[in-house]
Design a protein around this ligand. Sequence first.
Ligand SMILES: CC(C)(COP(=O)(O)OP(=O)(O)OC[C@H]1O[C@@H](n2cnc3c(N)ncnc32)[C@H](O)[C@@H]1OP(=O)(O)O)[C@@H](O)C(=O)NCCC(=O)NCCS
Length: 175
Amino acid sequence: MVECNEQYWDFVAKLRMDERVLDGFIGKMVKITPVQQIAYMTKYSDCFRIALLKNEPVGYFGVIEDDIRICVHPAYQKRGIGKFLVNSCFGIWPTALAKVKVTNIPSQNLFESCGYKLAYYLYTREELMCLIKDVRSMCCFLRERKRETHRGRKTHKKRTKKWTTTPPPPRTTST
Ligand SMILES: CC(C)(COP(=O)(O)OP(=O)(O)OC[C@H]1O[C@@H](n2cnc3c(N)ncnc32)[C@H](O)[C@@H]1OP(=O)(O)O)[C@@H](O)C(=O)NCCC(=O)NCCS
């Protein structure tokens, strides 16, 4: 695993836009322009790490504001690279938490196999599960909730996020 030097910025952008991985992420990003990627990485490259296999990048892991993002190239998935990244990066960002779509089973399995546990559900525009490994992550959650509440009071805006420990109801399928 190496730092996310400039030579890997393009790899991260291409992988993030790869249609085969898009469904796993919260919110769909259609296109990242080179200018956007340079601006983003100039600010956040320190928050990323890259997994190399025979010197070639095969996956990335990042933490921004204690929020984990991870992706392994489809050609290299299910070989333990995700697990390697999560376990290796835990020492760097021990308080980070994983917000995973309830429909993203590979990602849930990945974090659970690395010792992360469901802490709460978060309903935004999508149904998410928040998984933590270290109790210190709960502090981040509480801080975020406080910020949201404060922001809601200040702007008198209706809160769009809802935290709960209740799982979402089963989906009804229309025929
Ligand atoms: C989630 C992701 C990072 C997993 O990476 P990976 O390198 O394939 O994962 P690993 O090979 O290390 O597997 C780790 C665990 O997850 C399980 N897993 C991985 N892919 C799986 C799949 N498609 N279905 C079910 N379980 C899966 C493995 O069985 C393994 O569990 P085990 O240790 O009990 O055997 C990868 O699927 C990915 O990049 N997905 C698209 C992007 C994404 O969803 N990112 C997460 C956003 S929160």
